[in-house]
Design a binder for this molecule. Structure first.
Ligand SMILES: C[S@@+](CC[C@H](N)C(=O)[O-])C[C@H]1O[C@@H](n2cnc3c(N)ncnc32)[C@H](O)[C@@H]1O
Length: 238
């Protein structure tokens, strides 16, 4: 069963949403829209509740709650998040003993990796209440502690987070503009910023240095290739 997820302003998953989410959890047999606890291809140390077909899952969720919903990004392990999680597990010194924030966390993959790599505190942020619910389930499935920070942080600087980890966040012009301004504020106050990205259109390449490059297998039908070349990049201070 799900924990209740509350965000500032008092939003709580409704009973309907909670029931829908519970029904989606794998119970053995089931269609491609069911959530299954799945080993992440490029990060096999981590298991996540993922959908084989997130588009079908999205349709089923919308039908069940009778309203339009944002895409269930939390039901996929995005290439950027996989690359970043791999990097954190292979370079634990980046987060060990530090307060790490997985920004726009989706499934919470990178926060789970940070917790496993020894972060003092691993926090996951997202604006989608279903993602927040998934993050809690996924933290529990990996037997790690992940705090959930709900809501849109992009107008602030996430004060308190010493390392900000952002997987696959440069996929739209508006998001990219706000994200870069936010990450600049984090870097300006001395925070470390790492990004995982498989070549999204709005990646601000001129502001980032590549620290690792991987070939990341992706699950499901969301990408144009089964393997995505994915960079982990560090933000350069202005
Ligand atoms: C492509 S997914 C990436 C998820 C995860 N980081 C990964 O790599 O697997 C993008 C995520 O950004 C979240 N998101 C979009 N706008 C946001 C915002 N302003 N603040 C926090 N999260 C946001 C979405 O809800 C979604 O979960």
């Amino acid at each position: 069963m799900l924990d209740t997820v509350t965000r500032p302003g008092g939003y709580t998953l409704t009973d309907v949403e909670r029931r829908v989410f519970d029904e989606l959890l794998a119970t053995g047999a089931g269609g491609p829209d069911q959530l299954r606890l799945t080993r992440v291809p490029f990060v096999p140390e981590v298991q996540l509740h993922l959908a084989e077909d997130a588009i079908v899952l999205w349709a089923r969720l919308e039908a069940a709650v009778g309203q339009s919903l944002p895409p269930p990004f939390w039901a996929s392990a995005w290439a950027g998040g996989q690359g970043l999680a791999r990097y954190v597990l292979d370079h634990p010194e980046v987060v060990a003993g530090r307060r790490a924030l997985d920004l726009a966390a989706g499934s919470g993959l990178v926060a789970v990796a940070a917790a496993k790599a020894g972060a003092a505190v691993a926090t996951a942020n997202d604006i989608d209440p279903y993602a927040l619910a998934a993050i809690r389930l996924n933290a529990r499935a990996n037997a790690v502690q992940v705090d959930v920070w709900a809501g849109d942080l992009l107008d602030g600087d996430a004060g308190g987070a010493e390392v900000v980890l952002a997987g696959d966040v440069f996929y739209s012009r508006d998001m990219s503009r706000r994200m870069l301004a936010f990450l600049d504020r984090v870097a300006a106050r001395g925070g470390t910023v790492l990004v995982g990205d498989p070549g999204r259109a709005y990646l601000p390449k001129d502001r980032l240095d590549v620290v690792a490059t991987y070939r990341v297998p992706v699950l499901g039908a969301l990408e144009d290739a089964e393997v995505k070349q994915t960079d982990v990049l560090r933000l350069r201070s202005r």
